[in-house]
Ligand binder design. Structure first.
Ligand code: PLP
Length: 408
């Protein structure tokens, strides 16, 4: 490898990677679905239960205050990690899906009416597609969908051509979970803002691969999940600009999101608590904080550079296999490869590769509109993390050759 990356140390910190599957070393290439967790994250969760566990915000006793402080410190860490202007612009959710549903429901209620339009893209994960489709159906609004070219890239001019005085929001993914395409979000946001249209970025696949600076990007919302960035499941973040979050109504009602409750009406809490009803995932926040430390320590630029080498190597190796067709070859791409072998069903390929100890994902990857537009039932997806190696990619190439031999 051309760049220095502490791969041996990194691998030693992920206990799950050191096991045998079907008597072979596990090769984990399903990172776009969920990443594995370093010992630092696992330890943070154990420590939370061993010494800190308590419900937060509502107690005067020692443990409750300690747990609350740790939870709020974590919010500051996340703010810093994505460079949000204000800590109260960081809302904890259970993941990207909940963050997106929160915005669709709340922003939809406040800003979307009959005849309005929302623009999205054909490459969205269902969680950034269905909530908007449903809000539009409910409100009598129109969901407009930008297409992709043969490489799997968006055309920003096509998107700009769709903006008009009825456009209320543009919502798109930072990185496609199927194609790997890194969308030109800065350019799209600049363009949208010239028309006074806010932009939501689904960062589920962006946050673990790229440095994210929400102020530099100038997005109005950014959503991500802990479990895709080496943190725990069931925790995620919604970043939103204060001006929108202040105006948007609460998404769920219950404890913590209220200021005063009367028999005939209720006043709501300040940000971020207005959007955090009920007992939150305090354990998840402790784990997410440890994941953020971990990523900061490695450095997002170093991660991106190492993963680019993995992607380039894997692309070259798989391109040598006759009959392998790639889906997503955009110039700007994150470290995943979607492919098919000839006309073989992705599920069959995935099954054989699995028996060789290699975990890849097969299917529509929660992007049925994209699959329809490509006229395929699904793909095989190998998604790489910074704990993967060149040797593992060699094993994948061998496994694909074997699968091809068997299936063709
Ligand atoms: N958006 C994208 C681009 C994704 O890849 C995913 C998950 O694969 C999601 C949203 C949903 O994330 P979660 O299931 O963590 O809520």
């Amino acid at each position: 490898m051309g760049i220095l990356f502490p791969i041996d140390r990194v691998r030693s910190e992920f206990p799950i990677l050191h096991q045998q599957i079907y008597k072979r070393p596990l090769v984990y290439f399903d990172n776009a679905a969920s990443t594995q967790k370093p010992v630092q994250v696992i330890d943070a969760i154990r420590k939370y239960y061993e010494v800190d566990n308590c419900n937060i915000h509502r107690g005067v006793h020692y443990l409750s205050v300690k747990a609350t402080e740790a939870y709020e410190e974590a919010r500051k860490e996340i703010r810093e990690f994505i460079n949000a202007r204000n800590t109260h612009e960081i809302i904890f959710t259970k993941g990207t899906t909940e963050s997106l549903n929160l915005v669709a429901a709340s922003f939809g209620k406040r800003y979307i009416s009959e005849g309005d339009e929302v623009i999205t893209t054909i490459m969205e994960h269902h969680s950034n597609f269905v909530p908007w489709q449903q809000v539009c159906l409910e409100k009598g609004a129109r969901l407009r969908i930008v297409g992709i070219d043969e490489k799997g890239a968006l055309n920003p001019e096509e998107l700009e051509g769709m903006i008009n005085e009825r456009t209320r929001l543009i919502t798109l993914t930072h990185v496609s979970n199927v194609l790997g395409t890194i969308n030109p979000v800065e350019e799209i946001i600049r363009m949208a803002h010239e028309h006074n249209v806010p932009v939501l970025i689904d960062g589920a696949q962006g946050i673990s691969h790229l440095p994210v600076d929400v102020q530099a990007m100038d997005c109005d919302f950014y959503c991500f999940s802990g479990h895709k960035m080496y943190g725990p499941m069931g925790i995620g973040v919604l970043y939103g600009k204060e001006k929108y979050l202040e105006e948007m109504p609460p998404y769920q009602m219950g404890g913590e999101m209220i200021r005063d409750v009367y028999t005939d009406h209720t006043t709501f809490n300040d940000l971020p608590f207005k959007f955090e009803a009920g007992t939150p995932n305090v354990e998840g926040v402790a784990g997410l904080r440890a994941a953020v430390y971990y990523l900061k320590d490695l450095g997002m630029n170093a991660i991106a550079a190492y993963e680019k080498q993995l992607l380039d190597y894997a692309t070259a190796m798989l391109a040598e296999i006759r009959g392998v067709k790639f889906f997503g070859t955009a110039a700007s791409k994150a470290s995943l490869i979607s492919f098919l072998i000839g006309n073989v069903h992705p599920y069959d390929t995935g099954m054989i590769i699995d028996k060789m100890g290699i975990a890849v994902r097969t299917g529509h990857h929660c992007a049925m509109p994209l699959m329809d537009s490509l006229h395929i039932p699904g793909t095989v997806r190998a998604s790489f993390s910074f704990y993967n190696t060149i040797e593992e990619i060699d094993l994948l190439a061998t496994a694909i050759r074997k699968a091809k031999e068997i299936l063709e």
